[in-house]
Write a protein that binds this ligand. Structure first.
Ligand SMILES: Cc1cc2nc3c(=O)[nH]c(=O)nc-3n(C[C@H](O)[C@H](O)[C@H](O)COP(=O)(O)O)c2cc1C
Length: 285
């Protein structure tokens, strides 16, 4: 981390990008300020309609989604979604995805300067970058180029996270490249490339991917002992979160579990940090 960066997360449990909606839905199940952070769905420069229905299906121990990064674009995010999240007391991590290095830089500039954005998460890990038209960051040098363009104009004090795919063969190399290019922390990982039953490309998430993502987190933590690593993949309960922390993660993100039980992240946060507020249901006891 650079000297001006401060770790903004008061506990180690965050939501995963795209899995907490716009925040309002999740806030009916718990206090967003009790989470370490709320990661927004990935924001693109222009609005995206996303893929056609069905876009989420269950598979054994997981979900396959083909949401296609549906979002209102940066203007809609700044005008509607961000103020709502701040009203709810969330520590906001804005996730960004671009079609080019220039778009990533522009997103980092505008979102990084927005009041209340504590961190940017650079999505370098969409399961189907070719099909989505997004910048292809599969090679470590490509991922590092994106990070470099985001870092250049970023406001001091905004933490820069690089979200990497959990590619066992390349993840440590990619993590080193993005840290050298200015990432303050690496998030591992995203949904793995998969297919919906009709053959359309999608991403597999949930418990099915946990052992694979956990291995990647352990490898990066071993290879880069000074780096801050955030683990994301199949966390369903406290035990899963602790496994990631024991493997060297500084924090975790909870994604698919929120579709099964939206209280999951609040319960894990309370267990790991009782000062984070009442566990869900305890406040009316
Ligand atoms: C419905 C859905 C939407 C998602 N949208 C995004 C997104 O916009 N940006 C992103 O970086 N990851 C997105 N993800 C991936 C999650 O943030 C997370 O990396 C992945 O699902 C693995 O964690 P999990 O097994 O806990 O779900 C999405 C996942 C799901 C299931």
């Amino acid at each position: 981390m650079t000297s001006t960066q401060r770790w903004p997360f008061t506990n180690p449990v965050l939501t995963a990008s795209g899995c907490g909606g716009g925040g309002r839905e999740l806030a009916t199940y718990g206090d967003l300020s009790a989470l370490g952070g709320f990661v927004t769905r990935s924001v693109t420069l222009q609005p995206r309609l996303g893929g056609r229905e069905p876009r989420i299906v269950e598979s054994p121990s997981g979900l396959v989604n083909a949401i296609g990064l549906q979002n209102t674009g940066v203007t809609g995010f700044l005008e509607v979604e961000l103020p709502a999240l701040l009203d709810l007391g969330a520590t906001v991590v804005a996730s960004i995805a671009g079609h080019s290095l220039g778009e990533y830089a522009e997103l980092a500039r505008s979102l990084g300067r927005a009041d209340g954005v504590m961190a940017l998460e650079v999505n370098l890990s969409v399961p189907d970058s070719a099909g989505s038209g997004l910048f292809d960051a599969r090679e470590p040098f490509q991922a590092a180029s994106v990070l470099g363009s985001c870092r250049r104009d970023l406001r001091d004090g905004v933490l820069l996270l690089a979200k990497l795919r959990s590619d066992v063969a390349r993840v440590a190399e990619t993590a080193r490249a993005v840290v050298d290019a200015g990432a303050d922390a690496v998030v591992i990982g995203n949904a793995l490339p998969a297919a919906l039953p009709d053959g359309r490309p999608g991403g597999l998430s949930g418990p099915a991917i946990r052992p694979q993502t956990l291995r990647c987190v352990a490898e990066v933590a071993r290879a880069l002992p000074d780096a801050s690593v955030i683990g994301c993949g199949g966390i369903m309960d406290v035990e899963d979160a602790v496994a990631y922390l024991d493997a060297g993660a500084r924090a975790v993100q909870v994604g698919s579990a929120l579709f099964h039980d939206p209280t999951t992240a609040f319960r894990i946060a309370h267990h790991l940090d009782p000062a984070s507020g009442p566990a869900v249901g305890e406040d009316d006891a």
